[in-house]
Structure formats: C-alpha cells, structure tokens
Write a protein that binds this ligand. Structure first.
Ligand code: HEM
Length: 227
C-alpha cells in the first residue's frame, strides 16, 4: 500500500520522501568508482605486453594461482555484475523520450557549461559501453585461459573493436571520476572561490592521469599489433 500511495503523491503516507533515489545515487557512484579503479589496474595489466609476452603471462599466472584459469572467468563475472548494476542505475538519468532529450539539448546550449557538456559525453559513451564492454566481458567470462599469444591473435582480428573500446572506456571513466569528485567531495565545508579553484586543480590532475594511462595503452595496443 505504501508503494501505491507514494506512486500517486510522490510522498509516503506520513509525508516523507523516499530515500531510495539517494541510495541509488550512492550505489551508482560506488559501482562506478570500483569500475574506474579496476580499469586503471586493467590498463596496467594489458600494458605489461610492452615488456614482453613473459611479463604479460607472469601477471596472468599471479592472478591465477595453481593455473586455475576459472578464477579470471569468475572475476570477470563479478565485474560484469557490477557493470550491469552500474548501467541499470545509470539508465534512470537517460532522457526518457524525445521531449526530454530536446529539453536537455536546449539546456546544454543555453548553459554553455563544460560540466553539462561533459555529462552529455558521459551519456553517449555509457550507451556505447552497454554493447562494447558487454561483448568483451562475455568473451572473457566464457573464454579459455588468458595467454599472450591468444590475446595477440584477438588483437589482430579485432583491433578496431579494442581501440574503440579503449577510447569509449577512458572517455566514460575519466568524466566519471571527475564527476564523483564534484558530486561527493568538492562541496564539503569550503568557500565558493576555494571550491572552484580546487575543482579546477582536480580536473587537470584527473584528466592528466587518465591521459597518461590512455597514451600508455595506445603504445601497448601498437605492441599487441606488431607482435
Ligand atoms: C575481469 C574482467 C576483465 C578481464 C579478465 C579482461 C581481460 C582482458 C584481456 C586479456 C585483454 C587483451 C585482449 C584479449 O585477450 O581479449 C583485454 C583487453 C581490453 N579490455 Fe579487458 N578485461 C576485463 C574487463 C574489462 C572491462 C570491464 C573493460 C572496459 C569497460 C575492459 C576494456 C578492455 C580494453 C579497452 C582492452 C583493449 C586493451 C587496451 O587497449 O587496454 N576490459 N582485456
């Protein structure tokens, strides 16, 4: 009954608003943070190919004690679940119809604010990740033991897919970590000028770190292709 009352009036019977949207926001941020940190580790992992096949296979053996490759399949499954939760929660923020899309577009044009435009990029890259990241994760979950030669073969066959996946992931994750800072950290107990200056500094640092990781991964991708 509570749900029905809230569904009609937007409030519960005792006049309170639901805490669920706030909880959903927290969960979305937390799952996004886990995925962003995972991605930074992942880029170091795939980047080890720069130091040779042995280095890459060494990291795989470290992650799979006693050669149990199902450990990686299982980790990929857990990441997929976190990815699905994150994507499901993010869907709430998508424009629900053409009218909502036009309203956002008009707002974006009028605001001419970098953060609003970044949100739009995050929306588009997030939408693409639904397909790109799902395809990659399903291949890893049901795939055989990871090995440098197998990955080299996959890169040769699917290099356009991997480079697109990389660009879309870095775009999405870098904007995501910047927005996490704006949303949860930058507003706490500081004066407006101080807050704006800290935001600028964090923005530079955030995009510099992701930019370095992207450059490192592009070098790694070239190595994958010439091996
Ligand atoms: C536990 C989960 C994951 C594992 C074990 C894994 C493993 C791998 C492996 C072995 C490669 C080399 C190519 C291949 O053999 O397919 C690769 C490439 C790649 N993966 Fe993943 N992956 C995981 C999750 C993800 C996720 C969630 C994303 C992004 C949303 C992602 C993005 C990429 C990208 C962009 C590449 C291309 C290499 C690069 O440029 O860094 N992976 N992954």
């Amino acid at each position: 009954m509570e749900g029905v009352i809230e569904g009609f009036f937007g409030k519960t019977a005792d006049g309170k608003k639901s805490r669920i949207p706030a909880l959903q926001d927290k969960l979305q941020s937390l799952s996004g943070l886990i995925l962003a940190v995972f991605m930074l580790c992942h880029m170091i992992f795939t980047g080890t190919i720069i130091f040779g096949k042995e280095a890459f296979n060494g990291v795989v053996s470290f992650a799979e004690p006693f050669g149990i490759h199902q450990i990686t399949n299982f980790i990929a499954f857990v990441i997929f679940i976190i990815f699905l939760i994150h994507a499901f929660l993010a869907m709430r923020k998508f424009p629900a119809n053409y009218k909502a899309y036009l309203a956002f577009k008009a707002h974006k044009i009028r605001m001419k604010h970098c953060d609003t435009t970044l949100w739009w990029f995050q929306f588009l890259s997030g939408f693409l990740l639904f397909f790109f990241a799902s395809a990659h994760l399903i291949a890893i979950i049901f795939g055989e033991k990871i090995d440098a030669n197998l990955s080299i073969a996959r890169f040769h066959q699917l290099h356009i897919f991997y480079i697109l996946l990389l660009i879309v992931t870095v775009t999405h994750a870098s904007i995501g970590t910047y927005r996490l800072y704006i949303k949860w950290i930058s507003i706490d107990g500081v004066k407006k000028e101080e807050m704006i200056s800290k935001r600028h500094k964090f923005k530079k640092l955030n995009f510099l770190i992701w930019g370095c990781f992207l450059a490192f991964s592009i070098v790694a991708d070239i190595i994958w292709l010439i091996r």
